[in-house]
Design a protein around this ligand. Structure first.
Ligand SMILES: Cc1ncc(COP(=O)(O)O)c(C=O)c1O
Length: 405
């Protein structure tokens, strides 16, 4: 049965009209205006409810309105919302210590977003090249990579559509095939300082790197004296069933960029550097808002809650259940060619180029999923997703697929 999406309400149309007048049209937005949420459910301005399998694109790791997040916001905002990095503040230390405890021995630079976390990693690698590799500065990146929209991170990003309007971009980035150790090795020369990759490419369609490839990249870095920079902005914070996706492969990067879910929805990013790479000094880098006490207090609460509530394990278990149910849909005749990814970072590869239509139909069925390109649906729900919610999401997705087929 074909179900048309509900007609736009007067409330929604008014919002759309205002947005056209005042916001730069840089996003392709879905025809829905969200107003409030609890747990894994959000509600729009017309009171319609949706199961949120996008979570602000892997950001709302504790879902919406989690008591730990609300409490941290309330308590910290009563004390101090912002203070300059010219002074010390305890929430920064709390957040950094708890973050490092989930990862590898390292020190942290605190920033505000994913692109800044990548930008910081790039600057660090450049400085390290000056100090330790005769001024080598080239970073080997991957085709399909997405690292952000600021000029350095954009230079590391592969997508020409994002890059070309803004050229010339900073030099010193080469792109080779993803998940291919030989291609990386062939690109290494005396001017190379680092390899920068995502353990799972998110924006290119949830494309995983094999663990053996990641181990191969580590080996290359050790053999050639390079830094391994991992962009775990999307894969991190427990989403793949480990705190950090590289932990599946048993390797340790030199530098890791993190953001997205770290502060449960408040803007925050961080760069972690292990002892070999830790080379930034006074004056090398900075940020007015980076490491602000409010975001840091929330990050500390998020990290504590993920640990206390075993949400990394939940991401693994519920992710497996979600994958199995999606494969069940495929066996039942749904046009699903493949389900890829790990934990609660899954890409549903459709047999036809209908992902945008399916994402639109899903809204009509009370489900939020994200279309990447024309044939992949991305599911990156809150880590608190229950088994029942996973089953319900797949049931609604099945209906949306039938609507479009
Ligand atoms: C892997 C990766 N790196 C960097 C970024 C950029 O993050 P932000 O949008 O917070 O700047 C993203 C955003 O989607 C990402 O997925």
């Amino acid at each position: 049965m074909r179900v048309d999406p509900p007609p736009a309400s007067a409330a929604f149309s008014a919002i759309e009209e205002r947005a056209l007048g005042v916001l730069m049209p840089t996003y392709t937005r879905q025809p829905v205006a969200l107003r409030e949420g609890r747990g894994c459910v959000v509600r729009d301005v017309d009171g319609r409810e949706y199961l949120d399998m996008v979570a602000g694109i892997a950001v709302n790791v504790l879902g919406h309105g989690h008591p730990a997040v609300l409490r941290a916001i309330e308590e910290q905002s009563r004390r101090l919302v912002h203070v300059s990095n010219l002074y010390y503040s305890e929430p920064q230390l709390e957040a950094a210590e708890k973050l490092v405890a989930t990862a590898f021995p390292s020190r942290v630079f605190l920033a505000n977003s994913g692109t800044e976390a990548v930008e910081g990693a790039i600057k660090l690698a450049r400085k390290w090249g000056r100090l330790h590799r005769n001024g080598a500065s080239t970073i080997v990146c991957a085709r399909g990579a997405f690292h952000g929209r600021t000029m350095g991170a954009l230079a590391a990003t592969a997508n020409r559509r994002y890059r070309e309007p803004f050229e010339p971009l900073p030099r010193g980035f080469v792109h080779v095939a993803y998940d291919d150790v030989a291609a990386v090795e062939a690109a290494i020369d005396p001017g190379t300082v680092a390899i920068l990759m995502e353990p799972i490419e998110g924006e290119s369609g949830v494309t995983p790197m094999r663990d053996e490839t990641l181990r191969g990249l580590r080996r290359l870095c050790d053999e050639h004296g390079l830094l391994l920079l991992l962009d775990e902005v999307q894969t991190g914070m427990g989403r793949t069933g480990r705190w950090w996706a590289h932990q599946h492969a048993g390797v340790v990067p030199d530098v890791m960029s993190v953001a997205k879910g770290i502060a449960g929805g408040l803007p925050m990013g961080a760069v972690l550097a292990g002892p070999r790479a830790d080379c930034l000094e006074v004056g090398d880098h900075g940020s007015t808002f980076g490491g602000g006490p409010l975001a840091c207090a929330v990050a500390a609460a998020v990290l504590d809650t993920i640990r206390a509530d075993d949400l990394v394990l939940n991401a693994h278990r519920t992710g497996e259940r979600l994958r199995d149910a999606l494969l069940g849909l495929a066996r039942g005749g749904a046009p699903i060619a493949e389900v890829r990814g790990r934990g609660l970072m899954l890409g549903v590869v459709l047999r036809d180029e209908i992902a945008p239509q399916v994402a639109a139909a899903a809204l009509g069925r009370g489900l939020i999923v994200n279309a990447i390109g024309r044939s992949v649906l991305r599911l990156v729900p809150p880590l608190i997703l229950t088994a029942g919610e996973a089953d319900e999401a797949v049931r609604r997705l099945g209906l949306a697929l039938e609507d479009v087929a």
